[in-house]
Design a protein. Sequence first.
Lengths: 174, 254
Amino acid sequence: MVTGAGVIPLESPAYARRRARRDDPTHAALWNCLDGVTDPEVPVLSLWEIGVLQDVRLQGPTVVVVLTPTYSGCPAFEAMQQDIRAALRDAGHACIRIDVQLAPAWTTDWLSGVARQALRAYGVAPPVLSAAAVQCPQCGSTDTHVVSEFGATACKALYRCGECAEPFDYFKSI
Amino acid sequence: MDDPRRDDVISFSIALADDALILGQRIAEWVSCAPSLEEELALANVALDHIGRARLLYAHACTLAGDGRSEDAIAFLRDGRAYTNLLINELPRGDFAFTMVRQFLVDAFNARYFVALAAGAEAGLAAVAAKAVKECAYHVRRSRDWMLRLGDGTQESHGRTQRAADALWGYTAELFEPAACETRLISAGLVPDRAAFADAWRADVQQTFAQATLVTPKTTWRITGGRDGLHSEHLAPLLAQMQFLQRAYPGAQW
């Protein structure tokens, strides 16, 4: 198991901009509430960490949530919206609006260093820039081969490790 | 949007959405009968990308129209004559070679076209296109890879792939013909001119075909009409299957 020790946690500029929005203390309670909502297909990542949740704020009595879908046809997107509504309702908010924001398009650059480590610990290789550098989440080897560019969900590809021979999911870099 | 181009943007969004929905439906027909598990996953994923793209485009049309019509109503409650997809998308899936040659011919076009649409001045279409660009890059990489494997494969796979290319070639002219609404949007500088991609597309295709030991068809016949709602005999059965549930149980929801 690779724990991420020795890996320098680099923040992309895109991630830094998201982080600044998130660190604004005005709506900290709303952010904390939505931290409990995870991706139904990758339950170790919150919607914030995976980059789907862009913003949440109060507009009068209405909670406005801004989401960006990962892939155009991701079937989990509906479930995410239902989970967000449920979490906000449980926190006492009756009036909820979800805005879908397509531009800028979702990118794996929005995944935080913590999110990447969580993915690896979950058994999914995090996105990397070069296909040659895809690292087996089991043994850490980069002797890995693509089996299929499309995996069990839109966001993943199927890989196999040449070192430990284990198949694994790779979170595609887009 | 209160300018005279609004209706054209609505019509063109629906045309692009019809392309994506009909092709997505065709690809999805492979689910449960693809040649291998990995291929089944890949085809299902590509189908989802197309159907998702269709939803975004229908939604954009609905927002602009503001007449209360939903994306579901546009997809499920129109008859064949109202569909404006390009004919190549509606052809039956055929064998695996036919499916992959069609994907390659369409993907090679989309990979260039959506980049230009994403940089276009119509903000709604540009946003959908920007998402599609990344997906198209994946799609064409895979379908191109299959051209090489099938074309330069066995005698059987080569023969089937060449036959598919020959059968499909006459349908590719339509990829480069703007619809009437689209022509006005091109003149207004809102969307790119699809005719401008013909040479680059042909060069891409010829290069891959040559590498795959396939002969670029010399076909001179061409068939068009999809954008005017004039379809092949294959669209109606597809719609009958796709729309059955909403027609039989109006308003049904998950």
